[in-house]
Design a protein around this ligand. Structure first.
Ligand code: SF4
Length: 375
């Protein structure tokens, strides 16, 4: 089925080493990369008759910057061959600071990448070491400078906070350092501890905890204040953009139930009311594609109630909030009438507000966005 312009996600499931907090699927066997790209190209071709019109592409991982620029170009040209890619598409690639150089950035830019998301995480070497990152703050700075020199005018920087031993002062230093490069986009994620990660074990062994609710709130508010004072728009719980037009086009697809196609192991896709995802293991993925099968692990059909709850959950994480008219058209339900008692209580507690046909979280609401939809 041909469809409205969707988002395309391409997963590169390789990392040279595993960061101690990471729960994403990736493997260290980089020798599989050529075989993997050949399989990915077959998956791209398969979908050309199902979902084929896109206005955003996101190459994420894992570590996409482990690919040579020739491999990146190969993927982009295959995508252009089989899909209809809008000329104004946002085409993002995630990069790890330690892997890149000016020449690399110049080459990937030529292949069509027009936005970079740099996994800086911190400008404090002690914190980078604590997180098990491969790069230093010096390499992070060099990567940002090389990206600018190569002509990238749309840069995103990812940062992590809420880490044991990271004071608010030191976190603000990292934010100020990030701002000094005027990136177009900054994502600030609170550290999560996932079972079975080395960091989880380290926290348990040492009797450490993630920040309690109050500290979490203080960190969240300090982050928002610091970046808003520097001119950034806090448009989603974890995301800040220098201008409206610099908000991530791709991530918006996830937040608004716009169709998206995910390629590669463990990648998720969404169309109308269906979500499906690929098998997570690279070798299984390669085998299924070699056998002429699609590597889909499972598909779920979301009920009207599930879609509505997701829309509520995702919408209340964004500053723009929920467009009530769009909600009615898309989900066939009147949110204000259906949840009147709850919404009235949230408004009374100054957690959400109604403005120009939108139900929006206030700053206090955004701080507890994950639990707002469940109230
Ligand atoms: S580079 Fe990214 S995907 Fe790879 S281990 Fe580190 S956090 Fe996980």
């Amino acid at each position: 089925m041909k469809n409205e312009q969707a988002g395309l996600y391409i997963h590169i499931p390789f990392c040279l080493s595993k960061c101690v907090y990471c729960s994403f699927y990736s493997i260290k066997s980089v020798n599989l990369i050529p075989e993997y790209i050949a399989a990915l190209k077959k998956e791209i071709k398969y979908y050309s008759n199902i979902l084929s019109s896109f206005d955003s592409i996101y190459i994420g991982g894992g570590t996409p910057s482990l690919l040579s620029f020739g491999q990146i170009e190969n993927i982009i040209s295959t995508v252009n061959k089989y899909f209809d890619i809008d000329q104004k598409s946002e085409i993002t690639m995630e990069v790890n600071p330690g892997d890149v150089s000016l020449e690399y950035f110049q080459a990937v830019r030529k292949s069509g990448i027009n936005r970079l998301n740099i996994g800086v995480q911190s400008f404090d070497d002690k914190i980078l070491k604590f997180l098990g990152r491969r790069h230093s703050s010096k390499e992070a700075i060099a990567a940002i400078e090389a990206a600018r020199q190569a002509g990238f005018d749309n840069l995103g920087i990812d940062l992590i906070y809420g880490i044991h031993g990271l004071s608010i002062k030191s976190w603000k230093n990292t934010l100020q350092k990030a701002v000094s490069f005027s990136p177009e986009h900054i994502s600030c994620y609170q550290l999560s501890l996932y079972d079975r990660t080395p960091l989880y074990k380290k926290y348990s062994l040492n009797g450490w905890d993630l920040p309690n609710e109050n500290t979490e709130l203080r960190l969240f508010l300090a982050t928002a204040e610091e970046l808003e004072n520097a001119g950034y728009i806090h448009y989603e719980v974890s995301n800040f953009a220098r201008k409206e037009k610099l908000k991530s086009q791709h991530n918006r697809k996830y937040w608004q139930h716009t169709p998206y196609l995910g390629l590669g192991p463990a990648a998720h896709s969404f169309l109308e009311n269906k979500r499906w995802w690929n098998k997570a293991v690279v070798k299984t993925y390669l085998k299924e594609i070699a056998d002429g099968k699609m590597p889909v692990e499972n598909t779920e059909t979301l009920s009207a109630e599930q879609l509505q709850l997701e829309a509520l959950f995702l919408g209340l994480r964004t500053k723009a909030g929920i467009d009530l008219k769009r909600y009615k058209t898309r989900y066939g339900a009147d949110l204000l009438a259906d949840k009147k008692i709850i919404i009235d209580a949230l408004i009374k507690n100054k957690l959400v507000e109604l403005k120009s046909g939108f139900l929006r979280p206030t700053r206090a609401g955004m701080a507890i966005a994950d639990s707002l939809a469940l109230i």
